[in-house]
Write a protein that binds this ligand. Sequence first.
Ligand code: SAM
Length: 240
Amino acid sequence: MSDSPVPGSLVALPGHLYVIATPIGNLNDLTDRARALLGSVDILACEDTRTTGAMLNRLSLRRDLVAYHEHNEVEAAERLAELISQGRSVGLVSDAGTPALSDPGFRVVRACRRRGLPVVPIPGPCALTAALCAAGLPTHGFLFVGFLPPKSSARIAFLEKYRTFEFTLALYESCHRIAKFADEIAELLGPDRVVCIAKELTKLHETFWVGRSADVRDRLAKANLKGEFVVLIASESYTL
Ligand code: SAM
């Protein structure tokens, strides 16, 4: 068991893992602390070297990158934890947003915690919190489930299971299924269930559709649905 390190330094400390949030669309959302650590860690691990390389280029930062993604996560987590235990500082980023939230990251954090190595969060952009904080649906409690399985039957089973859940439900959904999912919500949870569908947060075409599920479904049917989406579903007792 390790005590938490004192955070705050803009220079990476030896033997630390930094979990660094990066923008979900707007580069200005990168924090000063994230930028400083991106430039100072010994090793920067990322999901896709091209995506992170492009971000670093825009920040005029030149870094060698190592891959840490869903296909090598088990082995890479142990290797990175070993390097940290030898005194190297490691930064972990994902393609966008907060690592380990519907993104790779959990395994290297766990590997460090198991070895008693310090892990420092560098908080910042996250599609989940961006949607929640601006939707106007209750936020005193929520259940985030990431992505649902692509099959319609799994989404329907989820909606049935949580029909009477007392807090807000939050999930990520792909542009290919968002219209269908909005339809399923209106059909299964009823036309008056309050929902928010947030598209392209922090980007040029950021849009919030908030209202009765039947109305949101109808508005979505006429909208351009290219982009990235967060779905929020209020509890059945909530009305606008
Ligand atoms: N770890 C990331 C985070 O902190 O938000 C999420 C990564 S997950 C692989 C990607 C999904 O997050 C997208 O398919 C979409 O559902 C959601 N997402 C990411 N960026 C978004 C944005 N700018 N607007 C809306 N949803 C977004």
